[in-house]
Design a protein around this ligand. Structure first.
Ligand code: MG
Length: 455
């Protein structure tokens, strides 16, 4: 059965369109009914202008359903996930639309293990919602709401996991661009407590995200780069609206997408830990495999989506995961992506290796990447995928856990149907630009031939 409201990361929509007071009230009541109207829930929100009214609506529905609520205020998503485990509560809710534009909002639902609820539970909530099978408690059994500030507890847990002495000795300077999002209340304070000189950009909470928007794409981070250079900083870090992701820049102001930083984390981790396993989605660069081979470690692939990475880490006792969008999962802290943890760990790596950020990147394996898309009606997507699989010779390694990934000697191609648009997305990576173009041409033809045959 397909999900109707839950996407890759919770429920998201435009306020006033999908996200109405009635929708939020019914969805919150469905969540409470899933908990059988018992237990305690923590709730936090990003700074969007619509977040207070949505949060109060969720709280009100929970209280009427008999749940106890702890309000954590405006905080990053990973802090709510930390709070679920720290306080041993039954569920967490984050009112956020992550990196989406200001008119969006949504709900991320956190299970009692600190990870977003799995698809089975998402379907259960949707079923209760659709059938309106909510139950409310009698007037004299309503829950109560309390406020709690867990920022320092969260910061303390991160600080305990890094080498504070070497970070302090290094006397680093770092630019933090939290994009007016929830990261503004954590990352600058965390780094300062580690003895780092911090310069903030877009560091005040503002739900209109007036600085550079809430998505930290490299083209939006020129201000951060400029200040890094002007102020002689060691590196820079930018978050999305709910600060579960971190995008880094080096001391020269060059911004790198997550495919570089996760490999830096992987390399550092595998040279310092016995457990040399790394979980990452099939769309990640082969550089992760090269590093694992070099360090005697192992890469474990998942479908694209942070919940798959988190759940794989828990199931297989793996301590590190990464996504090319800037998601770092550090299991010693928590098995979810956490932007503040990533920032502290990067400071730790620079301090321990005593190298510049740009030198560390230069040491990484080099690859060329290309992305493309092809239109395809939604109804044909599944058959096109099946058709492609039948045409691939057995000598080519094939991974089909999410789309089709074909691995050749000198590169790979990933063909994925978009979950939201009538298109196929095609990613190619190879050692040379020429080879990248060759594989892309071959892959485009493969998809076009399959579509033509089936149309
Ligand atoms: Mg996010």
């Amino acid at each position: 059965m397909d999900r109707k409201y839950f996407g890759t990361n919770g429920i998201r929509g435009i306020v006033g369109d999908l996200i109405t007071p009635l929708f939020i009230s019914k969805m919150s009541s469905a969540m409470a009914s899933m908990l059988k109207n018992k237990g305690t829930v923590v709730i936090g929100a990003d700074p969007r202008l619509s977040s207070p009214s949505i949060k109060n609506n969720v709280i009100s529905s929970f209280l009427a359903s008999g749940l106890e609520v702890i309000d954590l205020g405006v905080v990053p998503t990973p802090l709510v996930q930390f709070a679920v485990k720290h306080l041993h509560v039954n569920m967490g809710v984050v009112v956020t639309a992550s990196h989406n534009t200001p008119q969006f909002n949504g709900l991320k639902i956190i299970d009692d293990d600190g990870i977003e609820i799995d698809i089975r539970k998402q379907l259960k909530v949707e079923e209760i919602f659709e059938k309106e099978q909510f139950t409310y408690v009698p007037w004299n059994e309503n829950g109560s709401v309390t406020s709690m500030d867990l920022k320092q507890e969260y910061i303390d847990q991160i600080i305990q996991l890094v080498n504070t002495d070497s970070i302090q000795k290094k006397k680093m300077s770092v630019v933090v661009d939290s994009g007016n999002g929830a990261g503004s209340v954590i990352t600058p304070e965390l780094l300062r407590q580690l003895g780092v000189r911090v310069i903030t950009v877009n560091g005040n909470l503002d739900g209109r995200f007036p600085g550079r928007g809430s998505e930290p794409t490299p083209d939006k981070l020129s201000e951060m780069s400029k200040i890094t250079l002007q102020s002689n900083c060691d590196f820079s870090v930018a978050h999305d609206g709910d600060a579960d992701r971190a995008i880094f820049g080096d001391e020269k102001g060059t911004i790198f997408f997550g495919d570089k930083s996760i490999v830096l984390f992987e390399k550092w981790f595998m040279s310092n830990h016995e457990n040399k396993q790394f979980v990452t989605p099939v769309s990640s660069s082969s550089a992760v495999v090269d590093i694992a081979d070099e360090m005697g470690g192992k890469v474990i692939w998942t479908p694209v989506g942070c919940i798959f990475v988190s759940r794989k880490m828990i199931a297989n006792n793996i301590l590190l995961g990464g996504e090319e969008n800037g998601g770092l999962f550090y299991g010693l802290h928590q098995s979810v992506r956490d932007g503040a943890m990533a920032a502290a760990l990067m400071a730790n790596i620079l301090a321990e290796t005593n190298k510049t950020f740009s030198d560390l990147v230069l040491e990484l394996p080099k690859y060329f990447q290309k992305k493309n898309k092809l239109p395809c009606p939604n109804v044909l997507k599944k058959r096109v995928m099946d058709q492609i699989v039948t045409t691939i010779p057995e000598t080519v390694e094939l991974i089909d856990m999410d789309g089709v990934k074909l691995i050749y000697d000198e590169g790979w191609i990933l063909i994925r149907p978009s979950g939201t648009e009538p298109i196929f997305r095609i990613f190619v990576e190879a050692k040379t630009e020429k080879k990248t173009n060759e594989i892309m041409t071959k892959g485009m033809r493969l998809v076009q031939d399959a579509i033509r045959k089936l149309s």
